[in-house]
Design a protein around this ligand. Sequence first.
Ligand code: PGA
Length: 263
Amino acid sequence: MTNKRPHPPLVAGNWKMHLSSEEAARLASQTAKGALDAPGAELVLIPPFTLLHAVKRVVSDTPVQLGAQNMHWEDKGAYTGEVSALMVKDAGCRYVVLGHSERRHLFGETDAAVNKKTKAALRHGLTPIFCLGETLEERDTGRTFERLGSQFAAGLEGLDVGSVAKVVLAYEPVWAIGTGKTASPQQAQEVHGFLRRSLSERYGKPAADCAIILYGGSVKPDNAFSLFREKDIDGFLVGGASLEAASFLQIAKEALRAHKEKR
Ligand code: PGA
């Protein structure tokens, strides 16, 4: 548990199901070059599985890290269409996104599956980016914290404090993903504060204090500064705006600018 707060920004770009290998190599190279102008921010690129090698080749001698969008909890076996933590690691990933709302809502991923994946990722030394978030209906009916509380408890079930300290949390309100609607800084902080308190109650204050909690959902260069300025926001999981190096890098720079104010 060495992550001192305020934590320098961790900015991860989830490319989802986009780009050819040529486009991916170009975007990775532009991002890696531009990263030199954002020293202090940790940048992570999260391409589709098929592009991991092409992107790894480009970023391997740079500080830019690699992540995968998903993985299976078993190490190997007859699981057509799946990849394991070992494979993701072998492809050069340090991070893996788990429980993204698109996986939960479009592909029926359950809290129990996310829990098994989180344990498998940690077992193999990958850093899970554990996503959780409420739907618009849950927010509108006052069930935001109930939903987040149950995703939090079920997803981290059975992990000890040392393991939880290695998990990056990502609050991603489902209604803000890919919609252009961002949570206001106050709405995001309210949830990030709730998550940090939940960590503190369950795993103790030191674990809560050093935890990295990202916000995701229509993060753009023009809202990154005001979001990152909030006390409990340590970085971003960026979808659409990560598909252009300029906007992704600008988000990192805005976060760095806000980080200076927080110190
Ligand atoms: P978005 O996606 O930035 O396009 O809203 C965020 C995410 O899904 O992680």
